[in-house]
Design a protein. Structure first.
Ligand code: EPZ
Length: 427
């Protein structure tokens, strides 16, 4: 596994461009299975998870054409193997997103049950319950979800918990179901909205997009289309924290400012000056910390439009060097504080009480060898390394490649001292 070696102390400055959103492109790629016509997807980020999803579609029988400008043509006319094998699903939980589309399109599907992961058990019971309400016969056998349905029918579904991929799976399945489906307590994340807009471009009939109550009128079939994936708000938020934690000033082009409110408010509270401008693909956001040390900010994670859990680890790094004491409350996942032990190895003063972490900001952190445990934890350790004295080496950094496109190139472009090293066994 490779390592990222970071020497702290540089204030970041300059401009970068945001990549397409991982958590939007994954359901959108799965949704192409709903039609037998070709879809062209633009602004696809070059991420390990995207490669995995493309492998999955390819081995089902779809044919893919990838060009160098991050545009992908997907022709799912011949789906011969509606199956997601354990070998791929275990590397990417989001593979569960092919279940709804395969069931709706082919009438049967076999998808490996995604196990838990580092941040929590992450069950998919609400996905299965919703599909059963729509008429699917589902059994779990030998670690696989085996689902069948002549034709799914509309249903009134109330989700006991707000689940992003659960909402997405049921939304996709409902677009081809007989009659009308309502999904109450639906997730309202911007990536769910982006998926819904893609489905509309395919001819789906969806009302209530962006609200917690979705109404879908099923169609006999959907058509191919061309669609541009939204920018990645979590990547943007992560780079804004990188500028804030180093006292720097950066501009991110191709932003999605209208869905960054919770993050912007917290960065302003921490003492950053933030400006936004431009429209659509020309939108931009600028953060200037003017060399100041951040103020500690309390964080409480919640489903959108609350503060995103995917930015919690990054703000722990910022609070670790902030002026004052902060309380971080993680409400979505039961084990999403693993980055804290690694930050403590760098000198952070942190105590954990259940789903709350109390962080007493320190003037500086000391560079140290640390190990990533999950995608956003690895980002948090890189951010801490940018601010720490001396060198930080982040091990198991393959996690970061799942969700950040060319992170060391983008950070180097902003003035960071960061390079990827092969580990001993690779050298
Ligand atoms: C999506 O995961 C994201 N992944 C996650 O991003 C993100 O952290 C999460 O939503 C919350 O915003 C993708 O979109 C690919 P959930 P998802 O279902 O859908 C419980 C990242 O870093 N739950 O919204 O798997 C579950 O245990 C990743 O990019 C059930 O109980 O999350 C959790 O406590 C990490 N039963 C809560 O709901 C179910 O059937 C929210 O999970 C489904 C979920």
């Amino acid at each position: 596994m490779s390592i990222l070696a970071i020497t702290g102390g540089q204030r970041l400055s300059g401009e970068i461009r945001a990549s397409g959103a991982k958590n939007a492109v994954l359901p959108i790629l799965a949704a192409t299975l709903l039609s037998d016509q070709t879809c062209t997807i633009e602004n696809v980020p070059h991420l390990h998870d995207v490669t995995t999803m493309l492998q999955l579609l390819g081995q089902m029988g779809a044919s893919l054409t990838v060009d160098e400008k991050q545009t992908i043509d997907i022709d799912p006319a011949t789906i011969t193997h509606p199956k997601a094998p354990y070998e791929l699903v275990k590397t990417m939980r989001a593979s569960i997103l092919v279940l709804g589309p395969l069931l709706a399109r082919c009438g049967h599907a076999e998808v490996s049950l995604p196990g838990g992961c580092a941040i929590g058990s992450r069950p998919v019971d609400l996905h299965l319950k919703g599909l059963e309400a729509m008429g699917a016969d589902i059994e779990v056998d030998n670690g696989y979800i085996k689902a069948r349905a002549q034709r799914l029918h509309g249903a009134h579904i109330f989700l006991d918990k707000v689940t992003v991929t659960g909402t997405e799976n049921l939304l996709m399945a409902a677009t081809l179901a007989e009659g009308q489906t309502t999904i109450e307590n639906a997730a309202m994340e911007p990536e769910v909205v982006d998926l819904a807009h893609f489905l509309q471009a395919m001819g789906a009939e969806i009302e209530g997009i962006g609200s917690s109550s979705l109404t879908i009128t099923g169609k006999p079939e959907l058509r191919g289309c061309r669609y541009r994936v939204m920018p990645d708000r979590i990547e943007i938020g992560t780079f804004l924290v990188a500028a804030a934690i180093t006292g720097g000033s950066i501009r991110i082009n191709g932003s999605c400012n209208e869905v960054l409110e919770a993050i912007i408010i917290k960065l302003a509270e921490a003492g950053a000056t933030i400006e936004t401008g431009g429209q659509n693909e020309d939108a931009w956001i600028q953060l200037d910390m003017q060399g100041r040390r951040p103020q500690a900010v309390d964080i409480v994670t919640a489903p959108y439009p609350g503060f995103p859990t995917d930015m919690q680890a990054q703000f722990c790094a910022l609070n670790a060097v902030a002026n004052g004491v902060s309380v971080i409350t993680e409400n979505l996942f039961e084990n999403r504080f693993m980055h804290l032990n690694e930050l403590a190895r760098m000198g952070a003063d942190i105590s954990i009480e259940g789903n709350r972490a109390i962080i007493k900001g320190r003037d500086t952190l000391k560079g140290a060898p640390v190990t990533a445990t999950d995608l956003r934890a690895s980002a948090s350790l890189v951010l801490a390394g940018l601010a720490a004295e001396g060198q930080t080496r982040v091990f198991d950094v393959h996690y970061i490649d799942r969700g950040y496109e060319c992170i060391e190139e983008k950070l180097s472009h902003l003035g960071a001292t960061i390079q990827r090293q092969a580990t001993a066994e690779q050298a």
